[in-house]
Design a protein around this ligand. Structure first.
Ligand SMILES: NC(=O)c1ccc[n+]([C@@H]2O[C@H](COP(=O)([O-])OP(=O)(O)OC[C@H]3O[C@@H](n4cnc5c(N)ncnc54)[C@H](OP(=O)(O)O)[C@@H]3O)[C@@H](O)[C@H]2O)c1
Length: 303
C-alpha cells in the first residue's frame, strides 16, 4: 500500500517546539502539503508558535491554503493531564474534519494518520548505583520518556482504531517512536535513557503484533465499533543529531567521560547529523511504507 495516494494527512508530533520534532513538522508540511493538518505539542508556547510561523513561511501560497497547524503547549510529563489534553486535541480534530465536508479547498478526508512520539529528555545521567539518590528525577524521566509515550499510544489506538469513515475510506495509522541507538546498545551512566528507549521499542513491537493481519489491505479487518485501520508501528533511530540534546550531553558533568568525549568530537569534527536530513529520511521511509511493522530502523541503515 502506498502511504500517500489521494489522501489528506493528519499528523501529531510531540516535542515539536525545537530540534528533531520541529524538523519533522517542517518536513511533513513540505512533503504532505497542501493536504495536511498538524497538531504540535511541547511545553514552550512561544516556540511552538514560532514553528507554526516557520511552516507557513516555508510554503508556497497554494500549499499554505491546505496546511493547517494547531499548537498545544502542555507538559507531557504530567501524566494526570494527558487524557484531558488529548481529549481537547481530538475534539478539535473532529470539529475541523466535519468542516472539511463543506469546504471546497479540502480535496480529501483523512486517509493517513501519523503519531510521532518524539518528545524526550536526557536525564538523569548517573551511574546505576547513584540513581537511588534521586527518586523524583528517576520518576520524572520515566514519566516523560516512557510512560507518556505508552499512554499517548493507547489514547490513539482507542481514538483511531474504531474510526468509522462515512466515505468508505479506511484510514492508515502509523505510530512512530523516535528511538535511539541507546535502545539497542548500552552506554555507561545513561541507564535510564537506554532502558526507556529499549522499552519504547518493545512496546511498539507488541502493538505491531497485537494488530498483525488487521486491515492489511484497505477495507479489510474487523475492529469492533467501526471500520478497521491499517496500522503500522516504526521505531526510528534518528542518528546523533545536532540539537540541544547533544549540547546537554557535551555539557554534562556526570556522564561517563568517553561518552562526553565522543559527543564533543562528533560536534567538533562535524559528524553530527543535521536534524532536517534525518527528518527527511524518516518521512521517506514512511512514504515508501515497505518496512515491517514494529521494526527498528536507524538513520544510517541503507533504506
Ligand atoms: N539528539 C540526539 O542526538 C538524539 C539521538 C537519538 C535519539 N534522539 C531522540 O530524538 C528525540 C528528539 O530529540 P532532540 O534532539 O530533538 O531533543 P531536544 O532538542 O532536546 O528537543 C526535545 C523536545 O521535546 C520537548 N519536551 C521535552 N520535555 C517535554 C515535556 N515534559 N513535555 C512536552 N514536551 C517536552 C521539547 O520542547 P519544550 O522544551 O518546549 O517542552 C523539545 O521540543 C528524543 O526522543 C531523543 O531521545 C535524539
Amino acid at each position: 500500500m502506498s502511504a500517500t495516494s489521494g489522501t489528506r494527512f493528519l499528523v501529531f508530533i510531540t516535542g515539536a517546539s525545537r530540534g528533531f520534532g520541529r524538523c519533522l513538522a517542517l518536513e511533513a508540511a513540505r512533503k504532505w502539503g497542501p493536504a495536511v493538518d498538524m497538531h504540535l505539542i511541547a511545553r514552550n508556547a512561544e516556540a511552538l508558535t514560532a514553528v507554526k510561523r516557520d511552516i507557513e513561511a516555508s510554503l508556497s501560497d497554494q500549499s499554505k491554503i491546505g496546511v493547517r497547524v494547531w499548537t498545544w503547549p502542555f507538559d507531557l510529563g504530567n501524566l494526570e493531564t494527558l487524557e484531558p489534553n488529548f481529549a481537547r486535541i481530538f475534539a478539535t480534530v473532529d470539529e475541523f474534519s466535519a468542516e472539511q465536508e463543506s469546504t471546497a479547498m479540502i480535496m480529501h478526508k483523512y486517509g493517513n494518520v501519523y503519531l510521532f512520539n518524539n518528545a524526550g529528555s536526557v536525564g538523569p545521567i548517573a551511574y546505576a548505583k547513584d540513581l537511588c539518590t534521586d527518586l523524583p528525577a528517576l520518576r520524572q524521566s520515566l514519566d516523560l520518556n516512557l510512560t507518556s509515550s505508552i499512554l499517548i499510544t493507547s489514547l490513539f489506538l482507542r481514538r483511531f482504531c474504531t474510526l468509522s469513515s462515512p466515505s468508505n475510506k479506511v484510514p492508515a495509522l502509523f505510530i512512530i517512536n523516535i528511538s535511539s541507538m541507546a535502545a539497542i546498545q548500552p552506554f555507561h551512566s545513561w541507564g535510564v535513557y537506554c532502558a526507556g528507549k529499549a522499552a519504547r521499542d518493545m512496546f511498539l513491537q507488541v502493538v505491531a503484533q497485537e494488530h498483525q493481519g488487521e486491515g492489511s489491505a484497505r477495507g479489510e479487518g474487523s475492529m469492533a465499533g467501526g471500520m478497521s485501520v491499517h496500522l503500522k508501528t516504526l521505531n526510528y533511530a534518528p542518528g546523533p543529531l545536532d540539537t540541544d540534546m547533544q549540547i546537554e550531553l557535551r555539557e554534562s558533568e556526570s556522564i561517563h567521560p568517553p561518552t562526553r568525549e565522543w559527543s564533543e568530537k562528533a560536534f567538533r569534527e562535524g559528524w553530527l547529523v543535521r536534524p532536517e536530513e534525518s527528518a527527511s529520511k524518516c518521512l521517506r521511509i514512511l512514504t515508501k511504507n515497505d518496512f515491517k511493522s514494529g521494526v527498528h530502523i536507524d538513520y544510517y541503515d541503507d533504506m
